[in-house]
Design a protein around this ligand. Structure first.
Ligand code: NDP
Length: 259
């Protein structure tokens, strides 16, 4: 019961509350990997505006104490769901749960944020194919399956936007050299996924977004910017997107990134 309360699982009360507030302008965001780093900071910043409803997806919400604390203070605007992007069953289960508490509403912004760096400073000539494959499963197959499972919600929303959190490390034009090969190759592939999704569904807006080198577990303490700065820029850029931006690659300063 405690867990259900902390996770803000749907109850008949919360469902009817969402329905009755339907008239107010509200935008629904779903963020994967929302329990720490960039995902958690996005949740925090989005909850500062009363117009946002946030679905924070993570592998283990029962252990996500910061998310639980936020949910308790969010007046029903933050929903925690279990979602492992490498597990199709978990993704489909999350989609069913989300359908339950959104009560017919769509998802305006689907943020594929969860990601991993497993290869460290590996290179094309030293990489381990098992590591490359595992990196792909999370960084490429994960966002592909998540978007497949949630596209119906996105299509029925007003903003119809999908953001694949990528990296300039995956940009050939940004010329980052030889190291970090497995990660860079996975993000280059993610960028092609963005392009393919945009081409297949012109009714939605899909972009790749580099959040900047940020001080998180992944970015490390010496990264260029605090996570709050990068996330502020990411959100500002997302909110200013136009439909003609679909299939493009941006950084957190709103600039185009070369493929
Ligand atoms: P962190 O390592 O700090 O956090 C990664 C997040 O992804 C965690 O919430 C983690 O959950 C989650 N995650 C990993 N695997 C899975 C999975 N299988 N299912 C669900 N969630 C998963 O990274 P950042 O916050 O820094 O990075 C977020 C995104 O931004 C990534 O896609 C990354 O590639 C990208 N990025 C980051 C940069 C940086 O400098 N920080 C620069 C450029 C891009 P758990 O706690 O369960 O492991």
């Amino acid at each position: 019961v405690q867990l259900d309360k902390a996770r803000n699982l749907p109850t008949s009360n919360s469902t009817s509350r969402l329905t009755t507030t339907k008239m107010a302008q509200e935008y629904v965001w779903l963020i994967t990997g929302a329990n720490r780093g960039i995902g958690l900071e996005m949740v925090k910043q989005l909850l500062q505006s009363p117009s946002n409803v946030v679905v924070a997806a993570s592998r283990n919400p029962a252990k996500a104490t910061e998310l639980q604390e936020l949910a308790e203070k969010a007046n029903g605007k933050l929903h925690l769901v279990v979602l492992d992007v490498t597990d199709k069953e978990s993704i489909n289960k999350a989609a069913k749960e989300v359908a339950g508490f959104l009560g017919g509403k769509g998802i305006d912004y689907l943020i594929n944020n969860a990601g991993v760096v497993l290869g460290g400073e590996d290179t094309a000539f030293s990489l381990d194919v098992d590591v490359l494959t595992k990196t792909f499963v999370t960084n490429v197959a994960g966002p592909a399956y998540v978007t497949q499972a949630f596209i119906g919600f996105v299509e029925k929303s007003e903003k119809k936007t999908v953001v694949n959190i990528s990296s300039t490390m995956g940009s050939i034009g940004s010329d980052f050299g030889a190291i970090g090969a497995s990660y860079a190759i996975s993000k280059a592939a993610l960028n092609m996924l963005t392009y393919k999704e945009a081409k297949e569904k012109p009714d939605i807006t899909v972009i790749s977004m580099c959040p900047g080198w940020l001080q998180t577990d992944m970015g490390g303490p010496n990264a260029s910017h605090p996570v709050s700065v990068g996330v502020e820029g990411v959100l500002k850029t997302i909110l200013s997107l136009k439909s003609e931006n679909s299939g493009q690659f941006f950084n957190f300063q709103g600039q185009h990134v070369p493929w």
